[in-house]
Structure formats: structure tokens, C-alpha cells
Design a protein around this ligand. Structure first.
Ligand code: NDP
Length: 328
């Protein structure tokens, strides 16, 4: 049976993505074939498409999806045909109607969660898990600590607002519109800063009686880097984890001294997932936060797989909130 997948043979604008017919091989040992129902949209997909994060070409796109196990390869014991599953995989190609994957990459999707929710929560939720639980400032994060989280109304952002609230943190968020600020407040942000109009570092000082925050989570990159440094308390931690506005310029170490002997890390989700035992523990924590109701999946935009170009246009235009999915 012929399947469809989004492919690109060169990097560039949205037009490089085309929906192509593909044929899938039968799953080999340790693999399963998944009939996909929803594919997650992530800002990293834009870095892949634009060439900021280079991929061998031609390539598929997309890192997460949810669906049903359709065929099981030899030696697979923990999954069977008909199981509902979700995954995040470092191998691009999730924007597709069906896929063959290593069975160990899949987690069972609880019945309480829809395919849309499964596809919308894995990459972003696991990211929030490692940012808030595994990326610790000196002395750890305690209830009441103030942190700054940029792009707080985005997919990662709205999950972070809720998770931080559940941990008792005071999350100060930033967003580019009043409507986005209101949405992040509804999801548990303590205060929001309209960073398109305000000097957010100055506002952080006002909100923290001049002290600054213990951690800044910065996925915006080029346009926020300087202000993020200025927002930290002495010995604070700057977590630079994305580049929505472009990559951070080269850093002179003296900048960290001048900001108050601050710490800097540039983590990726896959480094964390690849640590022994981490992927299962992180997924368990995420599902527990979601199933207990502490973190709701912030469903935002839904598109047909064929409308992938529009989905990318909207993300790049900052016209989205929460998590987006492509429906198959
Ligand atoms: P979002 O839904 O948060 O979309 C990105 C947001 O960035 C926009 O909505 C916008 O919010 C903000 N932004 C600021 N400046 C710009 C700009 N110049 N152009 C476009 N957007 C801008 O995306 P995701 O939830 O998918 O991901 C959030 C970030 O986290 C991304 O940068 C992503 O790469 C990163 N990430 C990193 C991971 C890691 O492990 N290192 C893992 C997962 C995500 P606003 O309009 O409010 O400014």
C-alpha cells in the first residue's frame, strides 16, 4: 500500500516541503510499523527545514507522532498489533501517514489521551520535564523561586507554565501579544511581560525587588540573549535551549562574570533521553503530570497533513499558541 510523507530535497522556505508517495518496508527485527493519526509540529522542524540544523538530504521532517501499531517485527515483545502508541524520535520523518520505527522508541498511549494529545505532548512535555526537573541551578529549585520563561504562550511554554505552577515556582513569562500573555496567565504563569513592547530585563528587576531570577529559560535566542543575562540573580543559571529569533551570537566568557558569576548551559532533549534509564523515567513523570491533571495538553492548531506549508508559515509568523498537530 502506498503511503504519504512530507519530504524535502533542499533546505529553504516552506515550498521545499512536498507531500510524496512513499513505500514502506516491512518492519525488521525489533521494529514495528505504526499507522499514524496525528503528527506533532515543533519549532525545531523549522530549523531542520531552513538548514539551521543541517540534515542529510533528501529528508523527511518531524520528530513525533501518535497512532496504532499495525505490524510487529521479530523479537518485539512489549507491543502488539492494535496498541495505541506515541513517540519522539531523533530520526526525522514523522510527518507521514505511516512509519517503521524501533519498538524501543514507542511508549503506550494511555486510553485517556487522544492521538492528537499524544502527538502534541511528547517532545514538548519531555522538554519541560528535563528543563524543570533535570536542569538545576545551584542549590536546586525550591517552591517560591522566581524563574523567567520566554515564549510562555508557545507549545513548550504553556506546558512549562502549568508544570512550574505545580512545583510552586513563580514563573514570570514573556510573550509578544496581550492575548498570548492572557493565555499564559490562564495556564499558571505568575506574571507576564509583553516583551515586544517592554524591556523585559528591567521589568524582571522591578518584579523581583531588584534581585533578578534564579533561572532564565531562553528558547528565543538572538533577540533575548542580552536581556536574559541581565535578568539573572548572582550565581543564576541561563538555560539557552532554542533559537526562534536566530542563533545566539558567540559568547565572551567575561559576559558571564559581569552578569554575576552566572552559569550557562545549552541543552538538548536528546542528550537527556540518551542517558541510561532517563527516557522511561522522564516519560513516566510526564504521563503522571498529565494524567493527574496538573499539566493539560495545550491544543492549539490543527492542520491536514497536506497543509504542512501553512502550518510552518503560521509558526514562523508567531501566529500560533500552544501545541500544533498535523492530522492524518
Ligand atoms: P513555540 O510554539 O514556542 O513557537 C516559538 C515561539 O517563539 C513563537 O510563538 C514566538 O512567541 C517566539 N518567538 C520569539 N521571537 C521569534 C521570532 N523572531 N520568530 C518566531 N518566533 C519567535 O515553539 P515550540 O513550543 O515548538 O518550541 C519552543 C522553543 O523551544 C523553540 O525555540 C524550540 O526550538 C525550543 N526547543 C528546544 C528543545 C531543546 O531540547 N533544546 C526541545 C524543544 C523545543 P511570541 O510571539 O510570544 O514571541
Amino acid at each position: 500500500m502506498s503511503e504519504q510523507a512530507v519530504r524535502m530535497s533542499e533546505v529553504g522556505g516552506v515550498e521545499v516541503m512536498t507531500l510524496n508517495s512513499i513505500s514502506l518496508e516491512a518492519p525488521g527485527a525489533g521494529q514495528v510499523r505504526v499507522r499514524q493519526h496525528a503528527c506533532g509540529l515543533n519549532y525545531i522542524d523549522i530549523y531542520h527545514r531552513s538548514g539551521l540544523y543541517p540534515l542529510p538530504l533528501p529528508s523527511g521532517l518531524g520528530l513525533e507522532a501518535a497512532g496504532v501499531v499495525e505490524t510487529v517485527g521479530e523479537g518485539v515483545t512489549h507491543l502488539k498489533v492494535g496498541d495505541r502508541v506515541a513517540y519522539v524520535s531523533a530520526a526525522t520523518g514523522a510527518y507521514a501517514t505511516a512509519r517503521v520505527l524501533a519498538a524501543r522508541e514507542l511508549v503506550r498511549l494511555p486510553d485517556a489521551l487522544s492521538f492528537e494529545q499524544g502527538a502534541a505532548m511528547m517532545l514538548k512535555g519531555l522538554t519541560v520535564q528535563y528543563l524543570l526537573r533535570r536542569t538545576q541551578p545551584q542549590g536546586g529549585l525550591q517552591a517560591g523561586d522566581a524563574v523567567l520563561f520566554h515564549a510562555a504562550a508557545g507549545g513548550v511554554g504553556l506546558m512549562a507554565c502549568q508544570w512550574a505552577k505545580a512545583m510552586g515556582l513563580r514563573l514570570i513569562g514573556t510573550a509578544s501579544t496581550e492575548a498570548k500573555c492572557a493565555l499564559a496567565l490562564e495556564h499558571g504563569a505568575s506574571e507576564m511581560i509583553l516583551y515586544s513592547q517592554q524591556d523585559f530585563a528591567q521589568r524582571v528587576r522591578e518584579l523581583t525587588d531588584g534581585r533578578g531570577v534564579k533561572v532564565v529559560y531562553d528558547s528565543v535566542g538572538a533577540s533575548t540573549w542580552e536581556g536574559s543575562l541581565r535578568s539573572l540573580a548572582p550565581l543564576g543559571l541561563l538555560v539557552s535551549f532554542g533559537n526562534a529569533s536566530g542563533p545566539v551570537p558567540p559568547v565572551a566568557l567575561g559576559q558571564l562574570a559581569a552578569a554575576g558569576s552566572v552559569y550557562l548551559t545549552r541543552p538538548t532533549l536528546f542528550t537527556h533521553l540518551n542517558q541510561a534509564g532517563a527516557a522511561a523515567a522522564m516519560a513516566e513523570d510526564l504521563f503522571s503530570m498529565v494524567l493527574s491533571g496538573s499539566v493539560r495538553i495545550p491544543m492549539g492548531q490543527r492542520y491536514a497533513l497536506a497543509d504542512v506549508q501553512q502550518a510552518h508559515r503560521d509558526m514562523e509568523a508567531r501566529a500560533t499558541t500552544g501545541s500544533g498537530v498535523l492530522l492524518v
